[in-house]
Design a protein around this ligand. Structure first.
Ligand code: NAP
Length: 513
């Protein structure tokens, strides 16, 4: 392997060294932390930029925030929760679940809060990662990024935004100090977040204007509050909860053929969505506005029973003309019409196509991960990248799902990464995927992606890379195949090199708690 030299780090007495550094404490970071702790590993740390755990479930506190995947499936298989209050739990309950995971698994002492990673560099001679953060520099044999792809809000650039005199904030940075009762509120976007927000704020706002660029497909939300007897049964007979989890898993898997555009499957779900629209919206003009113009599944299929009734109300308006600019008292549309607003909620999604953490990771020869991915993102087995030794990427390229629970993907990667970490630490080596294997792997994914509605369904979405046009965010197959193909680490797919130098015990204080 061609080793090049990075600038040597100046080791200081304060610099902590760990076997493993994990960035992030959302669902994926806590999963890796739990795996390491349960294996009895002591030398690892989780770096968290906020002051508490939870990732996207800590950040998204907007009214109506809930999961659109069933909680008995959208939770760790190794920490099943018999007490979910309903089929689709709300944000506070999911956050509480994550907080109790961190605490019960003994992870809190291993988390460095208020620690924003500013740069991570592979230091070739030592075979170590050097991780700079707002609380100092640490080194590690292995770096795991678990910073999520839905963590950094994406704000559209709108002309005149600075002149707006009202309040404006992103859905993932909800300003709870702003009172919406009796106000004129604009909501930009009609994605999964917006359709949960609109029904809630429409209950008290004087006027709500929804700025819709594309109409989403929406199917009924088959929700249900679990009664005491059901919760007791899940707690007393874990096999029943497991059976429910299995049924939910295969129920979600059975939706993947829709994403392949197979006529019977896609027609059935399209009929379901369009009859939901017909049943809930009697006004023909509004129905026309709310009818999507692309193939179902191309964007996320949303679930809601209260969005259509909410936008059918007198004081709620769906505006399809694009926003041209903002002025001091509201919005000017491209058709020159002006709408006065007191508050604007920006529900335009996240920086999911250009992962912010990739702008802070420098691999061999100081190559920036964001540059490596500039023309299109990809990772071998969806977890490792050639040129970035001993780096594992949780929920990186091709790990999102259009139908299913991301927790299944998280746990599959957790298994893979745990074995990879064992191999690295047991043998004191640096590994990276063989470039040809990575290329073949990505070519295969691309072929599979071409068959999906995400690529050929006639819509624009953050699932596609803006430069390559390739499916970079989603896994183009069934969930169970992800685990079979990407859940098992195989060292023979990797280039392995010895790590030449151990950190000097005086230079790196090994910290075990
Ligand atoms: P999103 O799905 O990316 O939707 C963003 C919305 O904003 C879309 O309607 C988009 O229109 C619109 N938009 C973006 N930029 C715009 C611009 N410059 N001008 C006008 N409109 C603009 O974002 P999200 O709703 O926050 O959801 C993001 C992801 O989070 C989801 O896909 C899902 O994975 C996850 N999520 C999950 C849940 C859950 O229940 N599990 C809840 C919320 C979010 P176009 O469609 O035309 O691009």
């Amino acid at each position: 392997m061609n080793h090049s030299t990075n600038t040597p780090i100046a080791a200081t007495a304060e610099m902590e060294h760990f076997d493993v550094i994990v960035i992030g404490t959302g669902f994926s970071g806590l999963a890796v932390g739990t795996a390491l702790a349960r294996q009895g590993r002591h030398s690892f740390v989780l770096l968290e930029r906020a002051s508490s755990v939870g990732g996207t479930w800590r950040e998204n506190t907007y009214p109506g925030a809930a999961c659109d995947i069933q909680s008995h499936l959208y939770s760790y298989s190794f920490r099943q929760n018999p007490s979910w209050s309903r089929v689709y739990a709300t944000q506070p309950e999911i956050l509480e679940y994550l907080e109790s995971t961190a605490s019960d698994e003994g992870l809190l002492a291993r988390i460095r809060f208020n620690t924003d990673v500013t740069a991570a560099r592979w230091y070739e001679e030592k075979g170590r990662w050097e991780v700079d953060s707002t609380t100092g520099t640490r080194t590690a044999n292995v770096l795991v990024t678990a910073s999520g792809h839905l963590s950094d809000p994406k704000m559209p650039s709108i002309e005149g935004a600075e002149s707006f005199k009202g309040e404006i904030f992103h859905s993932a940075r909800w300003d709870h100090a702003v009172e919406l009762t009796g106000k004129r509120v604009g909501v930009i976007g009609t994605g999964a977040s917006a359709i949960q927000i609109v029904p809630e704020i429409a209950k008290t706002a004087a006027q709500v204007t929804v700025f819709q660029r594309s109409a989403p497909y929406i199917v009924p939300r088959e929700d249900h509050v679990y009664d005491v007897a059901e919760k007791r049964m899940f707690a007393r007979i874990p096999e029943v909860a497991q059976e429910l989890r299995d049924d939910l898993f295969w129920g979600n898997e059975s939706r993947f053929p829709q994403r392949l555009g197979i006529p019977d499957f896609i027609d059935t779900v399209a009929r379901k969505a369009l009859s939901h629209l017909r049943n809930q919206v009697s006004d023909e003009r509004l129905r026309a506005k709310l009818t999507p113009d692309y193939q179902i599944g191309c964007k996320r299929i949303l679930i809601s029973n209260d969005y259509y009734p909410a936008v059918s109300q007198e004081h709620v308006n769906v505006e399809t003309a694009a926003i041209g600019s903002l002025h001091s008292s509201g919005v000017e549309l491209v058709n020159s019409e002006s709408i006065d607003l007191d508050v604007i909620v920006v529900a335009t999604g996240f920086e999911a196509t250009d992962l912010p953490i990739s702008h802070r990771i420098y691999g061999r020869s100081s190559q920036l991960l964001a540059d490596h991915w500039a023309e299109g993102r990809g990772a071998f087995d969806c977890s490792t990248v050639n040129g970035f030794p001993n780096l594992f990427v949780m929920l990186g390229p091709n790990t999102g799902l259009g139908a299913g629970s991301i927790i299944h993907m998280v746990e599959s990667q957790m298994q893979y990464i745990s074995s990879g970490i064992d191999y690295i630490l047991d043998n004191d080596v640096a590994i990276e995927p063989e470039p040809e294997r990575e290329e073949r792997f990505l070519e295969d994914l691309e072929k599979r992606a071409l068959k999906t509605v995400w690529v050929n369904g006639g819509c624009q979405s953050w699932y596609l890379h803006p430069i390559s046009g390739k499916l970079s965010a989603l896994w183009p197959d069934f969930m169970h195949r992800f685990r079979r193909e990407n859940g098992v680490f195989n060292q023979s797919n990797y280039v392995t090199s010895d790590v030449f130098e151990q950190p000097h015990p005086d230079a790196f204080a090994a910290v075990s708690s």
